[in-house]
Design a protein around this ligand. Structure first.
Ligand SMILES: CC(C)(COP(=O)(O)OP(=O)(O)OC[C@H]1O[C@@H](n2cnc3c(N)ncnc32)[C@H](O)[C@@H]1OP(=O)(O)O)[C@@H](O)C(=O)NCCC(=O)NCCS
Length: 427
């Protein structure tokens, strides 16, 4: 086998001058087949290849891989009318289809990963042509090819009989859905967490670190980390928590952290206290939210928010369900997808609360966490820009960490800092 320097590999679309090489590679590969391998690749004539390269719109394109000016492998992206027949084999397939109608590597160059490189290249070209699905056929027993395609996210959908002796799997990859190379992302995650622990992601000071340092288990500590959370929506968290601290340190305004006292004051008094250091940025609306939460805490838990956790067995799912579904209206803003998760996370970090199923606590998908998730390739461009991105981010991390040593909350702060500090290179 010849090991090649992939930096010097050149891939390009073939034209009529390349037809001889395309055909020669086919001949070498076929002559090299053992009897039982004959069905892996069925030969075409030289004229047929010429027709393809001259008719890219009708037939498709052949891409050649060249090393030191010699063609050593090629792949054929077929868009022929035969696609309609192939499409009919596969249920639930929408959009434009193309077929990998052959990929071969000269025997002495095998083991350089050229099939994967060519398939990746073909997919890039297919996307540019607005193709949504790529189909591949692999003859039974052709394990090398099958493994490569499955690694790249192709799924076996069905099979058919090419002729008496040849059975083929039909595989499909939908190009617009993300195929996530889980192992690769997990390796990056390992490094990201290491960098975080070593303080290399730009320091470990989180916005919530600005706080009065109450006794962790105290009610005042729980309330301090609950009420401002509801106003932590699309704003700079550092300034929010600095404002909260100033509000607490001022004798005139500190009462806002006590729900019972808040409810005894007039709306204007609460409004004044919340706006004095800009805890509330929207005077009317955010004062209403604050008071509404105070009301809920007094009404349901006699002002003691710790009871919420106790009553719900410290179970993350029960708490989420209680706040986000059963009593959504009573928890304005705190019930939002991002804030609810983030609040539970902050409670976990800054109070003495232990959840029974901490692994179900998801990442809190704020802008930074979403950006970092996108950067890692765990969500694609379309998902990143969709209105549902927060839920997608939550689901992806949960999926990625299933059966691993990690819990979604382990990655939250590293992701946040990584994005906030401009995506330092991960070694
Ligand atoms: C399938 C094919 C394109 C894969 O080539 P490739 O991309 O160079 O293969 P890889 O780099 O993935 O090889 C991985 C390992 O499998 C080995 N391998 C790959 N194809 C092999 C083959 N046909 N016979 C024996 N070993 C093979 C490689 O030597 C390598 O071994 P190593 O890890 O010990 O170095 C190539 O085998 C081929 O041209 N086969 C004939 C045509 C064919 O079947 N095409 C696919 C139609 S769907």
């Amino acid at each position: 086998m010849t090991k090649i320097d992939l930096n010097n590999l050149d891939i390009r679309i073939c034209n009529s001058n390349d037809v001889k090489d395309i055909y020669n590679i086919q001949e070498i590969v076929i002559n090299n087949f053992k009897d039982e391998e004959k069905g892996y690749f069925l030969p075409f004539t030289e004229e047929w290849y010429l027709r393809i390269v001259n008719n890219p719109d009708k037939d498709g394109e052949i891409y050649g891989a060249f090393y030191e000016n010699k063609m050593i492998a090629w792949i054929f992206l077929s868009v022929s009318t035969r696609m309609e027949q192939i499409k009919s084999f596969i249920p639930d397939i929408n959009g434009k289809c193309a077929d990998i109608d052959g990929v071969i590597v000269l025997p002495e160059y095998r083991g350089n990963g050229l099939q994967k490189i060519l398939v990746n290249y073909l997919e890039k070209k297919a996307k540019e042509k607005g193709i949504d699905n790529v189909v591949a056929e692999v003859t039974f027993e052709n394990d090398y090819s099958l493994k490569n395609l499955e690694d790249l996210g192709y799924e076996i959908k069905t099979w058919y009989k090419k002729d008496e002796n040849i059975k083929r799997h039909i595989l499909l990859k939908k190009l617009n859905t993300t195929f996530i190379d889980k192992n690769n992302i997990l390796k990056v995650v390992d490094n990201l967490i290491l960098m975080y622990k070593r303080g290399e992601l730009g320091g470990e000071v989180m916005p919530e670190d600005a706080n009065p340092h109450f006794e962790k288990s105290s009610l005042e500590n729980y309330l301090y980390f609950t009420l401002p959370m509801a106003l932590n929506y699309q704003r700079n968290s550092y300034t929010l928590w600095e404002s909260a601290l100033k509000t607490y340190n001022d004798e005139e305004t500190k009462f806002v952290f006590n729900p019972k006292v808040c409810l005894e004051k007039t709306f204007e008094e609460v409004q004044y206290a919340l706006t004095k250091y800009k805890v509330a940025l929207q005077k009317q609306k955010q004062t209403e939210i604050w008071l509404s939460l105070c009301n809920t805490f007094v009404e349901l838990f006699d002002g003691d928010i710790r009871k919420l956790f106790n009553n719900l067995d410290n179970d993350v799912d029960k708490i989420r369900n209680y706040i986000q579904k059963e009593n959504k209206k009573k928890f304005p803003y705190l019930s939002g997808t991002k804030i609810c998760n983030y609040w539970m996370y902050v409670i976990y970090q800054y109070t003495d609360r232990k959840y029974t199923n901490i692994e179900n606590l998801t990442v809190a998908p704020d802008t930074h966490v979403c950006k970092a998730t996108h950067k890692l390739g765990l969500i694609n461009d379309e998902e990143f820009n969709s209105s549902n991105v927060q839920q997608i981010v939550i689901d992806r991390w949960q999926e990625l960490f299933r059966n691993t040593k990690y819990k979604p909350i382990d990655i939250h702060t590293p992701l946040w800092l990584w994005s906030r500090n401009g995506f330092k290179e991960v070694k």
